[in-house]
Design a protein around this ligand. Structure first.
Ligand SMILES: Cc1cc2nc3c(=O)[nH]c(=O)nc-3n(C[C@H](O)[C@H](O)[C@H](O)COP(=O)(O)OP(=O)(O)OC[C@H]3O[C@@H](n4cnc5c(N)ncnc54)[C@H](O)[C@@H]3O)c2cc1C
Length: 388
């Protein structure tokens, strides 16, 4: 398989890099920093990307996209992730919430929800996990009871990224039935976060401020026209959504950027003469290439109209591991000063490697843990028996 980018794709990459060089301020270090400028900046940048037709470039034109091929979209994802994801929370709209609405939504839902995403005007949060339902998502217990021409929702969600951003909408997984198999009773609601009865409580974590939250739902009324797909179709929607999400983040791209900067650093400091350092960096580069090519394989299957569950899990295993490995090796190469944070003038690479280390601890948990990905590969890919 030849994954060489075309001249048009390379031109787009150069244009995008020039755009980012002009637009990204010196203080930009991604989300999860204690900097009140970050969220308004991402909103503004998304509007600028939308104005250029870049925000939802792979979406069909009728939904505000540019009908660009998945490879141009892959270039966009790589450059965004390599530059600390300046789209902030909106990457979720583009990568999987929007595509799920396109695939499962009614015409009225498409007309209502997709244009604000394409314009870069709306923040969504994902409400799947619960205190008793993470890897075992079919255990979701938040209840949505039919009442009149809508649902009344009561329960608790947890680990909701950006819910306190504040998010405008939540992509909410609920239980509408306790009959039959567990996953058959799940449904997907599009919840307006301004509805009475919702409480959002931030959770502090070592990944940085303003990332994770709990959402409490107390008799929250959701109208019928906010049910995505059919009642009972939630599992199918979530499975498709998680597949889009897992391939949608170009984690290898940030790892690749850190490797580049480490190579510059060892060349500049003379550390490049140390054979151990050379071996470590070479090994990182090999693993980075493997993660990149496995991601391209999954994208090529999506481009052919398939939902490549197993291939996406394989790519995700390699992507999350290289993200963590790069920071482990980086900290070892930089030595003690590698632990200095960006606000210390003596921090090598402006604290990048330390930041990478802190932020990538949860990457093997979010969107399905490493162990769960391995189970998917074992059971669905290799046909091995399920262990109970
Ligand atoms: C940074 C971050 C952001 C997140 N953002 C969101 C969000 O926006 N919205 C949302 O809904 N959720 C979000 N999550 C939650 C995430 O999806 C869950 O944390 C994840 O699915 C794991 O679930 P859990 O935390 O309940 O752990 P558990 O499922 O309890 O797992 C605990 C441990 O047991 C292992 N384990 C569980 N089952 C198996 C098995 N069958 N075989 C082998 N090992 C197993 C797991 O791998 C893990 O190591 C986020 C999490 C993080 C860390």
């Amino acid at each position: 398989m030849d994954f060489t980018f075309t001249a048009e794709e390379e031109r787009f990459r150069a244009e995008l890099r020039a755009f980012l060089a002009a637009e990204l301020p010196a203080w930009w270090r991604g989300m999860f920093v204690d900097d009140p400028r970050a969220m308004p900046f991402t909103r503004e940048l998304c509007r600028k990307l939308a104005a250029r037709g870049w925000l939802t470039m792979a979406w069909p034109r009728e939904h505000g996209g540019a009908a660009a091929g998945p490879w141009l979209q892959a270039v966009l994802r790589e450059e965004m992730w390599a530059h600390d994801e300046p789209r902030g929370p909106q990457y979720m709209n583009l990568n999987y919430i929007g595509p799920c609405i396109m695939r499962f939504g009614s015409d009225a839902q498409k007309a209502r929800f997709l244009p604000p995403m394409a314009a870069g005007d709306v923040l969504w949060t994902q409400g799947f996990s619960e205190p008793g339902a993470g890897s075992d998502l079919a255990a979701v217990a938040t209840r949505a009871e039919r009442r009149g021409d809508g649902f009344v929702v009561t329960g608790q969600k947890v680990w909701n990224s950006y819910a306190d951003a504040p998010a405008d909408w939540c992509f909410l997984l609920v239980r509408t039935s306790s009959e039959g198999k567990r996953h058959e009773g799940l449904s997907l609601l599009l919840l307006d976060m301004r509805t009475p009865g919702i409480t959002v409580r931030p959770i502090d974590s070592m990944a940085g401020p303003h990332e994770l939250n709990e959402i409490f739902l107390d008799e929250v009324v959701v109208p019928d026209d906010c049910l995505l797909g059919r009642a009972g179709q939630g599992w199918e929607i979530v499975t498709a959504g998680l597949t889009f999400e897992r391939v949608g983040i170009a984690r290898y791209a940030r790892a690749g950027r850190v490797i580049e900067l480490l190579v510059e650093h060892v060349n500049a400091t003379g550390l490049a003469r140390d054979p151990h350092v050379r071996r470590q960096l070479a090994s990182l580069r090999v693993r980075y290439e493997a993660a990149r090519l496995l991601s391209y394989h999954a994208i090529s299957l999506q481009a052919a109209g398939r939902v490549p569950t197993v291939e996406v899990s394989i790519a995700r295993l390699h992507n999350t591991e290289i993200e963590q490995l790069v920071s482990d090796v980086g900290l070892e190469i930089l030595g003690l000063t590698g632990q200095l944070t960006a606000d210390d003038p003596a921090a090598p690479l402006a604290g990048l490697v330390h930041r990478q280390w802190v932020r990538t601890i949860p990457t093997t948990i979010t969107a399905g843990t490493l162990e769960v990905q391995k189970n998917i590969v074992a059971e669905r890919g290799l046909g091995l028996p399920r262990v109970r």
